[in-house]
Design a protein around this ligand. Structure first.
Ligand SMILES: [Zn+2]
Length: 253
């Protein structure tokens, strides 16, 4: 697109050389304007897949999956509030149906909600068993149902999609693009494995790196370990920033 704009500009500019200088200036301004609009549009790429943020700074972001879990999330919200951290919660439509009062809490606490599909199906198995069209239909249904629930309750259209088990494929990217999502996996995560709180803290802190997208879950032990993990991250000289920031996403229409 940028190439097309530049070629049109050069062609116009050449034709005008013999015409007058004022006209040349107008065309130049028009060209810069077009180019800047085009650049802005290119910043936000729906359907794009990330598993790491930009490694340009000592910064990480926190993400929590599989909620809402009302037995745990209040504790997590309070810790994040105290630390002034904006995390991203990838929630399931099926859990929202069970706990409809929870969805608004994410917004009240200034947290970001991401779409984690409706029922956490095994898309790795589905891909083997279904035709491409069947698979796509199920995927769309899983994403749309959750999106509609999130929008109904919170009035917010989620920007980020995280597929169950981090599944990705060209079909997922196609649907994400159509539905205006950015697909986000993670750099590392451990809290579904059996271990003590101290081991969990250590595991997370050992892996901290610039641009890390940290995966956690709305789990009791995770909530208990969270204050120490946050303190440890900060001690290493890292900032904990929102997902949008670490992916350098500025425009969200
Ligand atoms: Zn999950």
């Amino acid at each position: 697109m940028k190439l097309v704009i530049t070629l049109v500009f050069l062609r116009m500019n050449y034709g005008i050389t013999l015409f007058n200088q004022k006209m040349k200036k107008i065309v130049l301004i028009f060209y810069i304007l077009l180019l800047s609009i085009n650049l802005q549009a290119e910043e936000l790429k729906y359907g794009k897949f990330y598993s790491d943020g930009l490694p340009t700074k000592k910064w990480v972001t926190l993400t929590f999956d599989d909620g809402p879990n009302p037995f745990v999330h209040d504790k997590i919200f309070e810790i994040l509030k105290k630390e002034k951290i904006k995390a991203t919660f990838f929630i399931l439509g099926s859990n929202m149906a069970r706990f409809p009062n929870s969805a608004n809490k994410y917004i009240q606490y200034g947290q970001e909600i991401g779409n984690h599909t409706y029922s956490h199906l095994s898309f790795y198995n589905l891909r083997k068993k279904k035709t491409k069209n069947e698979f796509k239909k199920i995927l769309i249904d899983e994403i749309d149902r959750t999106e509609e629930m999130i929008k109904d309750i919170t009035d917010v259209k989620p920007l980020f999609l995280r597929m169950p088990n981090g599944f990705n494929s060209p079909v997922v990217e196609e649907v994400a693009k159509e539905r205006k999502y950015i697909i986000v996996n993670w750099s590392f995560g451990f809290d579904w494995k059996k271990m003590s709180k101290d081991q969990l803290v250590e595991k997370y802190l050992n892996k901290i790196k610039p641009g890390a997208i940290i995966l956690m879950h709305e789990k009791k032990l995770t909530a208990e370990a969270l204050p120490e993990i946050i303190t440890g991250i900060k001690k290493k000289g890292y900032e904990i920033v929102p997902l949008k920031e670490i992916l350098s996403i500025k425009n969200t229409d």
